[in-house]
Design a protein around this ligand. Structure first.
Ligand code: PEP
Ligand code: MN
Length: 260
């Protein structure tokens, strides 16, 4: 198995892992485009009660459909129990089994964040931990997430951060973004924590049109990569129908990036 020491510049895949068939099909398409880190979250935090993801039962499928093919699976992890399940399930794939896990914007219990990071640091040496900024605009809090993870003992050389914008609240929002980006803050945090800083244009944009606009707007900032939602049939997706790119748009984006 190839051990990837770096997370590729593009992490792509659906908002949520919906079925094994869906994952197989999207992996096939993304692989053709050279994408090797596949997001397919098992657990979905929702603003309103509703479908909350396929859950732990599908963890084995997520690993089976990616790792044996040299791909890196990626999912959000919300609790220490989930972290434990992941560490256990990865054992089958060796001590360097790769996976990218992230702490999402809603998950701001520092005790739980530290327990997750502690559990993950006892697992495979191929576990990467990404932390997104919290929902509300507060640079110090974002930096604090890093400090908590660091204090848990998770190795810094397998950490990264991701900007997903801030909840609009009362701020003017002429672009009608789902979340408002602050690229300058993201760059300041990157400089302070000295970690790769990814951008999640999907949860910032909230619509396919805005996702592409955000990628364009971020060009002059030194982001290290993108995490982007792609679905073969976004209109019938179980979550985030408006912002997941279809294959046609995603292919176009990849071509533009290759040409740049
Ligand atoms: C996600 O990336 O699936 C997600 C829920 O993101 P966020 O925490 O940024 O809303
Ligand atoms: Mn989503």
């Amino acid at each position: 198995m190839i051990i990837k020491q770096r997370i590729p510049k593009i992490i792509a895949g659906p908002c949520a892992f919906e079925s094994r068939e869906q994952l197989k099909e999207i992996v096939k398409e993304l692989k053709k485009l050279g994408i090797s880190c596949i997001r397919a979250p098992l657990w979905k935090p929702r603003t309103m009660p509703g479908w909350e993801g396929v859950g732990a039962h599908f963890l084995h499928f997520l690993l089976e459909e990616t790792i044996p093919y040299g791909l890196i699976p990626a999912t959000e992890v919300m609790t220490a129990d989930q972290a434990m399940l992941i560490v256990e399930a990865l054992r089958k794939y060796g001590k360097n089994a790769p996976i990218l896990l992230w702490l999402g914007s809603r998950n701001q219990n520092h005790i739980e964040q530290r327990r997750i990071a502690q559990i993950l640091s006892s697992g495979s040496k191929g576990i990467w931990l990404m932390f997104k900024n919290q929902m509300w605009e507060d640079e110090k809090h974002w930096l604090g997430i890093f400090e908590h993870l660091k204090a848990s003992g998770f190795p810094k050389n397998r950490m990264l951060s991701c900007h997903r914008g801030f909840s609009p609240g009362k701020s003017p929002n002429p672009g009608k973004f789902r979340n408002i980006p602050d690229f300058n803050m993201a760059m300041r945090v990157k400089k302070r924590v000295k970690l790769p800083m990814f951008l999640d244009p999907s949860h910032i944009g909230g619509s396919r049109e805005n996702v592409l606009k955000i990628i364009e707007d971020s060009k002059n900032h030194n982001f290290d990569g993108l995490m982007i939602e792609v679905h073969l049939d976004p209109k019938n997706a179980k979550t985030d129908q408006n912002q997941q790119l279809n294959m046609k748009l995603f292919k176009k984006l990849i071509k533009q990036k290759q040409a740049a």
